[in-house]
Design a protein. Structure first.
Length: 363
């Protein structure tokens, strides 16, 4: 058998040996999480919400369709690392231009294969998300464990992944102008807004209310992003200033910041939601939507009682909040990803809801 050249060391002291791919010379310490999606690893590795996180894929075979040039969710991937059971370095796909290992190496992201991803997932489910190191197989155990336990998870992720200056994504014969606050925005969100006839001006996370209003937008969009929403105070203050002045739509981190701005509370979940098969009930229609999710934090339902926000969606796996709305203030948000690529598409109607709000405001 080929000798192991890499290992991961968990904060709880467990270690798993495997084979490196991607950035082979990189040693990294991050938070470990798991994702249950069967497809979409390109979108996962390029989702800015995974900044400083190492993702364990529960689906056993990863890499078989390679990487293409069109499906990235960000221009510069910032994921901490990738953990898989089996890695395929010989893709079969007419669209592929690079292998998964090549793109990880390009952005200094380490990967490891050959480990027991089922056991790792059970550890995360039972004990919660924790810190992890990926390193060379011959690194002394005690040294690695000490480094893992002493590592402090950063809180500045949004400032690192947000754009540093304004940029534009325009569409022919546009109907609306939307300002999107970039906290780590996924490119498919911008594509969806363009498809609906919106010109999108993407601005940094610390843009002020005055700067937003100078752009004369028809609506404001608050993006997804990594980390604890309580640290993203510029966006929370922005929502407080603009609430009620124009239609506002938030996704994921944007949903959490809308809730915080109106007096609700958030909390860190034991291991979060990450995958493409999470059932969510729309409390207004009673319909169940299968959703794509990626978040460590959630809005406390109990904390919504003393706010102007109404709960609109609920997760059927653990009864956590998945959406809020305040019709009087012309805003709504969801915890999950209606723009999800490669799917599911059950919740794409939410973009139409945002469009209809802007139409009504323009009348």
């Amino acid at each position: 058998m080929k000798p192991y050249d890499k290992k991961i060391v968990l904060e709880n002291g467990k270690e798993f040996y495997g084979y490196g791919f991607g950035a082979a010379d990189v040693t990294a310490v991050n938070e470990i999480v798991f994702n249950t999606s069967m497809v979409g690893y390109q979108e996962i590795i390029s989702d800015p919400s995974y900044t400083d996180q190492m993702v364990c894929m529960t689906y056993p075979l990863i890499g078989n369709y390679g990487i293409n040039d069109e499906d990235f969710e960000t221009r510069v991937p910032t994921m901490g690392g990738l953990i898989v059971r089996e890695y395929n370095d010989l893709p079969s796909n007419f669209r592929y231009t690079k292998t998964l290992s090549e793109i990880l190496a390009e952005y200094d992201i380490p990967g490891i294969s050959g480990v027991d991803t089922r056991m790792i997932t059970r550890i995360i489910r039972n004990e919660g998300s924790q810190k992890v190191m990926i390193c060379d197989a011959d690194k002394p155990y005690e040294e690695a464990l000490k480094e893992v336990r002493e590592y402090v998870i950063p809180t500045d992720m949004v400032s690192r992944v947000s754009c540093k200056s304004r940029w534009y994504s325009r569409t022919p014969n546009h109907k609306f102008d939307v300002v999107a606050v970039d906290c780590g925005i996924k490119l498919n969100i911008i594509r969806k807004l363009n498809e609906k006839g919106c010109n999108v001006t993407v601005v940094p996370y610390n843009t002020t209310a005055e700067e937003v209003l100078k752009l004369k937008p028809d609506g404001l969009f608050l993006s997804n992003g990594p980390g604890d929403p309580e640290y993203v105070t510029p966006v929370i203050e922005l929502v407080k200033s603009l609430s009620g002045q124009l239609p506002i739509f938030g996704i994921c981190l944007g949903h959490q910041m809308i809730s915080l701005a109106h007096g609700a509370k958030t909390f860190k979940m034991k291991f979060g939601h990450r995958g493409g098969n999470h059932p969510v009930m729309n409390l207004e229609t009673g319909k169940i939507e299968i959703t794509s999710q990626n978040h460590s934090y959630a809005v406390s339902i109990d904390s919504l009682k003393d706010t102007p926000l109404t709960l609109t969606h609920k997760n059927l796996l653990d009864d956590t909040a998945e959406g809020v709305e305040c019709k009087e203030k012309k805003l709504f948000s969801v915890q999950y990803h209606p723009e999800s690529a490669p799917g599911p598409q059950d919740s794409a109607y939410l973009f139409d809801k945002f469009i209809n709000m802007m139409k009504k405001e323009a009348e």
